[in-house]
Ligand binder design. Structure first.
Ligand code: ATP
Ligand code: MG
Length: 425
């Protein structure tokens, strides 16, 4: 026997027992965003490294130490996408989607970050993104948040809390940054190495530090709210009004920052205490400067990303969705001739009732073993074809989950009989 090839650390498989729940959640996400007018945009999993450097920023965890970067055979530096926004903006700029138009898009798929794998933190993980381009006012900020609130409600999630903040504009942030530099500079001996190094280049990142020794320092740091320009303050007040109007509760967290230059005004995060240390299920924000920064025309933009693994785990813990999967019908066929006829009957049945999910027994087997498989499949009804039935062109219909009696019918009655048994008009 050859040696086993193992998977890559932090890159999980999602097994058939788990995918029904994933699919249900994905359906809720897709249906909800689409009902608000968002359309799907699919972008490649690989982009030029430069795109992520320029959009996410050089002084960030992602670009400094988390990217999967490699040279392709033509010596071009490419990177597996660590997030979706950069690719979405790149696609929008290349295809002129933002020019004199408004766009609401969603996107979903795997992301890659070289992180220390742990519960809720993986090297391949999945995000579901929604982004809106060309909308300046706080109404779209509120709508994007309302969409997520509706998603939690549909999924039966309650223990999830909204935090919001405003970062103002890059200009209004400059004064704040200077204040941070001098504040943290005065306390330089208490900074961890990483923070000391980032102090000049990206001081807001320090507020994000998870270093235990820095927490009290961060707690007492100056507040960005005191530096908001009047338009940003108005925007932020407008967002809060709209959230109040629809009864979405939130807390203003002045320490919630995204230390990237193109971020502006609204930032928000949905957090839970149900998942241990990795409690952020969804984060989002406005990035009015990014489209221009990536070579397009100035276009206001805002979006969020849901971490799917964390969301799925939360739904699983809440246990509100019943993941009912499996076929409607399991076809038991015993004997070679019956199995051959069953294949034909099943294909005809699929022609006539395309909505029915029918699993045909494969790999032969006795009545007993086939019924075991039928039971395990989750099907509600079994069709039964043995030598006797084959001879008289009949078929048995048996309920697998109730005590209804088994009946024998002719082949042309199968659809009607199944509809009755499955309570389908
Ligand atoms: P964190 O502070 O947890 O590292 P982040 O700020 O890096 O999060 P974002 O880049 O905003 O996260 O990504 C959006 C969402 O994607 C997060 O809220 C989280 O739910 C999820 N996410 C981010 N990184 C991972 C990962 N390595 N594994 C699983 N989910 C992740
Ligand atoms: Mg991270």
């Amino acid at each position: 026997m050859s040696s086993k090839i193992t998977g890559i650390r932090g890159m999980g498989d999602i097994l058939p027992d788990e995918t029904p729940l994933w699919q249900q959640i994905e359906t809720v996400l897709r249906d909800t965003v689409q009902s608000y007018g968002y359309r799907e945009l699919r972008v490649p999993v690989v982009e030029r490294t430069e795109l992520f450097k320029r959009s996410i920023g050089e002084v960030t965890d992602i670009v400094e130490k988390e990217m999967y970067t490699f040279d392709d055979r033509n010596d071009e530096s490419l990177t597996l996408r660590p997030e979706a926004t950069a690719g979405i903006v790149r696609a929008g700029v290349s295809h002129g989607l933002f020019h004199n138009q408004k766009q609401k898009v969603w996107s979903a798929g795997p992301m890659f970050r070289y992180e220390k794998p742990q519960k809720g933190r993986y090297r391949q993980f999945h995000q579901f993104d929604a982004e809106a381009f060309g909308f300046e006012g706080p109404d779209i900020d509120a709508e994007l948040i309302a969409i997520t609130a509706r998603i939690w409600q549909k999924l039966g999630l309650e223990a999830i809390e909204l935090q919001v903040n405003s970062l103002g504009t890059p200009e209004s942030r400059n004064g704040y940054k200077q204040e941070l530099v001098s504040y943290f500079g005065d306390n330089e001996s208490s900074l961890d190495d990483e923070s000391r190094e980032r102090l000049q280049r990206n001081p807001m990142r320090l507020l994000d530090s998870k270093h235990p020794e820095m927490q009290s320092l961060i707690e007492a740091a100056p507040n960005i709210t005191d530096h908001l320009d009047s338009e940003s303050a108005e925007h932020f007040a407008g967002l809060q009004e709209l959230l109040d109007d629809v009864g979405i509760s939130y807390t203003v967290n002045m320490r919630l920052v995204r230390g990237l230059d193109y971020y502006s005004r609204t930032v928000f995060e949905w957090v839970t205490d149900k998942l241990g240390a990795q409690g952020a299920v969804c984060s989002g924000g406005r990035y009015d400067g990014l489209v221009e920064h990536l070579g397009g025309r100035q276009t206001p933009a805002i979006g969020w990303a849901i971490g799917m693994e964390r969301l799925v785990e939360m739904v699983r813990l809440g246990d509100k969705l019943s993941a009912d999967s499996g076929p409607d019908v399991y076809f038991v066929a015993v004997g070679d001739a019956a199995a051959r006829q069953a294949f034909k009957l099943t294909e005809v049945l699929r022609d006539n009732a395309p909505d029915l999910a029918i699993e045909l027994n494969a790999g032969a087997g006795s009545f007993k073993s086939q019924f075991k498989r039928a039971d395990k499949s989750g099907a509600a009804v079994a069709l039964i074809l043995g030598e006797e039935e084959l001879e008289s062109q009949a078929i048995g219909v048996k309920a697998l989950r109730t005590n209804e009696e088994q009946e024998t019918i002719s082949w042309d009655e199968i659809v009607t009989a199944l509809r009755t048994r499955l309570n389908q008009p």
